[in-house]
Ligand binder design. Sequence first.
Ligand SMILES: [Zn+2]
Length: 286
Amino acid sequence: MISKTSPNGSRMMSNMHFQPEQLFDLDLDQVTLLALYAHPDDETYLAGGLMAAVARAGGRVVHVTATLGELGTSEPDRWPPASMARRRKRELGRALEQLGVSETVSLGYSDGACDQVDVGRATEQLARTVEEIRPDLVVGFGPDGVTGHPDHVALARWTALATIATGNRTPLMTSAVSSIWPADIERKMRDAGAFMPDYRKPIGDNPVQLDLDDDLLARKLAALDAYASQTPALRAFLGESDFRRLAAIEAFRPANLAARQLVVGSITHVPAGAPVTDRTVSRALG
Ligand SMILES: [Zn+2]
């Protein structure tokens, strides 16, 4: 649990574990969440529990994928890009259904080539989406791209720039699971080839971890099951128990002041009228 009530009634930080609803200053049924990722299944691994929590409560979740992940196969002769794209799009639809999410947009970029896309064009596209959707929270990749995949890193750049282009008022939280994976999971993910060779995980921060209840975890696992072209290999490699441990971990780093205000608002009592500054935030976040 992230917060507990002290004798004088203010909430105090115990650690950085949050229930999904604690991330918002609105009831979840009022929340609009925008999830921006690169390939179908990124969103489920990294934010599936959060997306399911908002959807379950009756809030709005909009998912955006930059590509359809058409290169994501070890059998490219059997699954050339066009048919792989169709397959993954179907899987994405089924996965989002398990999460309770009905709105999804594919930007139509080529898998593996996001870093060659004109940054201005992609930023403008995402900024328009943010303007239209008016989310209460954007989740997506941070600069490390979780695994260092160039598409993920490109998305991180577009997302950060789109948030800035729309006035930086929308809280942006970036996926930070690799910073908190237990050492054995991290080693296994490394052995599974999940990381780019030059990947360096961010160190020294304390990301916000989400506690997923049993129902949310079940929804997330069902969504991962829907990715029949992707999930079985990693699941077999990790083994069932570690696969579930991996799925249970969701963590985010507040990536702009608006996001830090949300987090600080959840973990500490800020007196009415007191401005929340970056310094307040870094004190509260340790
Ligand atoms: Zn990906």
